[in-house]
Design a protein around this ligand. Sequence first.
Ligand SMILES: NC(=O)c1ccc[n+]([C@@H]2O[C@H](COP(=O)([O-])OP(=O)(O)OC[C@H]3O[C@@H](n4cnc5c(N)ncnc54)[C@H](O)[C@@H]3O)[C@@H](O)[C@H]2O)c1
Length: 374
Amino acid sequence: MGEVRVGIIGVGNIASMLVQSVEYYKFLGSNEGLIHEVIGGYDIRDFKFVYAVDVSSEKVGRDLSEAIFAYPNMVSRFVDVPRLGVTVRMGRVMDGVAPHMVEDFKPIKLPEPSEYELVREVVDSGVDVLVNLLPVGSEEASRFYARVAAKAGVAFVNAIPVFIASSQHDGVVDLAFKTGAPILGDDIKGQLGSTIIHRALASLARMRGARLVETYQLNIGGNTDFKNMLALERLKTKKESKTLAVASTQDNPEALLREEKVYAGPSGYIPFLGNTKISHMYMRIKAFAGSEVEVEVKLKVDDKAMATAVLVDVLRIAKILKDSKLGGSIPWASAFYFKHPPTPVKSDYEALKMLYKGLEELGVEAKPKLLEYY
Ligand SMILES: NC(=O)c1ccc[n+]([C@@H]2O[C@H](COP(=O)([O-])OP(=O)(O)OC[C@H]3O[C@@H](n4cnc5c(N)ncnc54)[C@H](O)[C@@H]3O)[C@@H](O)[C@H]2O)c1
């Protein structure tokens, strides 16, 4: 079987987790903890990192195996990573670095490459999939790198809440459609993160004939992701993405959103938490004969592990779609894995059914079959 050749845009904490976890699973020799062990014959050990871009003076010019541990990244070194022979290239800064993040991301003063140069680099590196791991609020930069992927004819996985795959009339999506480059997104859901747990509980209420009246989800963490989101103007799409993910489980999502009965978003930066994310969820539900049910949940997770687990599935699917020349936004492949997919679906069960149907049509098998567990 072949390789899944990955290019990374933004060598931050998720990139560190992703690169290290491939080595970790090689060492472990089992597939414990993965969502799907095998998709279309690919397993996690088939990932090869062939390209990386950043703008930080701590990262540009270094081998990827070193850059993943550079300041301000804070995922601990949990496995040895051999030299990868991939030098982190200079990208385009654009709106990637917010004014209050300059001390953290330390943008390097180097000439920035043209779009043409980046397209060439991506093609020459033999990238199958580019994954966008830029800070929240990088609207312009994300669209720029998505266009690079489309022009290079490679898949683009948009892990962040900038609405590209879910924009109906985005020139980038149209271009990707023409070049046969798939786009998956937007905003990756964690393996057992706050979105999936909140959605499952809200769906459960609906499945039992009860109605969600109001709900909130407050998230705190201590890494650059949370620090970056202190700038309220960068947060708009993150909140929209998380809020819609919860509201869309209900029969009346528009009313819930209009009446501001759903709040879900980042709510604080607490440095000592590091990559630990703590989420407090509250739901008030109307059930039988008007009786009220209240649910409160506290979730504590390694936020980067949760996101990476999902990426490990998505990157393999993106590679398969690219090889099948399926360009543009692919709703059926995004709904299970992203908070703000092109076509939101009420339950993750429906999203998984859509995914398996799409894969089956391509003659691709995913193992294990998770529908059995629902
Ligand atoms: N559970 C999760 O962790 C989760 C879930 C959903 C989405 N996300 C999103 O994924 C993204 C990545 O998360 P992270 O924790 O790795 O972020 P991070 O803050 O650790 O890393 C961001 C990286 O992007 C680099 N960068 C900034 N501007 C750039 C540019 N213009 N070009 C190239 N590189 C640039 C920075 O130098 C840094 O290395 C964030 O937007 C986050 O919100 C994370």
